[in-house]
Design a protein around this ligand. Structure first.
Ligand code: PGA
Length: 251
């Protein structure tokens, strides 16, 4: 059975003390979440060490928001997968659309990042999703398939045990415009078919596929009720512990 996950992506928000407080609030309320729903918080890299202390011993997982496409060395400002793992984090988000859009993240770089993350025992939350223009041109299936296959063709069924996919339509991120549960389910089911073609039916069945894009307490229930939506990657609403927990309680 695939895991149900609700992951918060804090993006470039909160100072370290604010982030520690937010993490403490999430941990304090995490007992109110159904036991079969895994909570993960993805924090800025500066927060990982102190937040690892906060989540220690709790069921809340810790993730980075990115890691480098190089192992180590003269790459000023970059943070390697080994560094992320050494903080106590267990996951990293990769390929978020904001990184693809603003920081030139290509599928080729994502292959390298994913290899390094897995080699350092980090679970990967790989983001895919089309822009509004692509959806309006009817290209959303092709775009999502290409993003998925271009990266995952380099990995095995065994690797897929440590890879989570997040479908995040770019037009729904931070816009207040959520994909309808039907629109999201349609793509999630499609991604599962892509995984069946690329790997096998078992991988398709076992891979957790999260929805992201203006997911909030008021719409999470409808989204999570769909058979191929296994949880959410939450941006804005993850910055309020009560909202984040309420989303996870929507199951
Ligand atoms: P949002 O962001 O929930 O603020 O739309 C989701 C994301 O980008 O992961």
């Amino acid at each position: 059975m695939r895991k149900k996950i609700v992951a918060g992506n804090w993006k470039m928000n909160t100072t370290v003390p604010e982030g520690v407080e937010l993490a403490k609030a999430v941990v304090a309320k995490s007992a109110d979440v159904p036991a079969d729903v895994k909570l993960i918080i993805a924090t800025p890299a500066t927060h990982l060490v102190p937040v690892a202390e906060v989540v220690k011993g709790s069921a809340v997982g810790l993730s980075a928001e990115n890691c480098a496409d190089k192992e180590k060395g003269a790459y000023t400002g970059e943070i390697s997968a080994a560094m992320v793992a050494s903080t106590g984090a267990e996951y990293t988000i990769l390929g978020h659309s904001e990184r693809r859009q603003y920081y030139g993240e290509t599928d080729a770089k994502l292959v390298e990042k994913t290899k390094l993350a897995l080699a350092n025992n980090l679970g990967v939350i790989l983001c895919v999703g089309e822009t509004l223009e692509e959806r309006e041109a009817g290209k959303h299936f092709d775009v999502v398939k290409a993003q998925t296959v271009n990266v995952l063709a380099n990995f095995t069924a065994q690797d897929m045990k440590n890879i989570i996919i997040a479908y995040e339509p770019v037009w729904a991120i931070g816009t207040g415009k959520t994909a309808t549960a039907e629109q999201a389910e349609e793509i999630h089911a499609y991604i599962r078919n892509v995984l069946a073609e690329q790997f096998d039916a078992q991988v398709a069945e076992d891979t957790t596929i999260l929805y992201g894009g203006s997911c909030k307490p008021s719409n999470a229930k409808e989204l999570f009720a769909k058979p191929d939506i296994d949880g959410g990657l939450i941006g804005g609403a993850a910055l309020k512990a009560d909202d984040f927990i309420a989303i996870a309680q929507s199951y």
